[in-house]
Design a protein around this ligand. Structure first.
Ligand code: 5GP
Length: 190
């Protein structure tokens, strides 16, 4: 039976992972994007079941306790996690599954799914990242400060990943991700 592949996309909040992902999925509709659970409140425009599955803290803790999450982490005061069942199902069916998750979760995946291909998205600079976080005006000042602190820690861990992509130009970043995912290793001499 065909076995799928797990692809992990990580990078600091505000780096543009969402935009990269949407474009990647448009180019490759065969990829399956995992929908995470989170305890944070929906932002304007976010849809339950599409952007996230929004759950209460009690429900989140129940899922953790019963092993229903493939990985999970606390991020800026909220819980986030990947429901295990759909991911395992898709992989069993030979699909390529993409997780868009933060650093702690990516580290757990490295332990539980060593064959996962892990991509880290870097901002052109931390100053640029701060600008983007403030510009999107979705979070309170307190949340922005927390996210920036966390961003510094995440950027320092970029070397733990299989590849690092600087998001200074969307098309170039996408091309590099595609090359890494879809070029057979022997063709690039790896
Ligand atoms: P946001 O609140 O901005 O949507 O997400 C905050 C952070 O949580 C982002 O870095 C995002 O990648 C991460 N995240 C989203 N879903 C998950 C998940 O299921 N697990 C983990 N570990 N992180 C997640």
């Amino acid at each position: 039976m065909a076995t799928g592949k797990l692809i992990v996309l990580t990078g600091p909040s505000g780096v543009g992972k969402g935009t990269i992902l949407r474009s990647l999925l448009k180019r490759h509709p065969e990829l399956y994007l995992s929908t995470s659970v989170t305890t944070r409140s929906p932002r304007p425009g976010e849809v339950n079941g599409r952007d996230y599955i929004f759950v209460t803290r009690a429900e989140f803790e129940r899922m953790v306790a019963q092993g229903e999450l493939l990985e999970w982490a606390e991020f800026a005061g909220n819980g986030y996690g990947t429901p295990r069942r759909p991911v395992e199902e898709q992989i069993r069916q030979g699909k390529w599954v993409v997780l868009e998750i933060e650093l702690q979760g990516a580290r757990q995946i490295r332990q539980t799914f060593p064959s996962a291909f892990r991509i880290f998205i870097l901002p052109p600079s931390l100053r640029e990242l701060e600008y983007r976080l403030r510009h999107r005006a979705q979070d309170s000042e307190e949340a922005i400060v927390r996210r920036l602190e966390r961003a510094k820690t995440e950027v320092n861990a970029a070397d733990e990943f299989d590849i690092q992509i600087i998001n200074d130009d969307l098309d170039k970043a996408l091309d590099r991700i595609e090359a890494a995912l879809f070029t057979p290793a022997e063709a690039v001499g790896v």
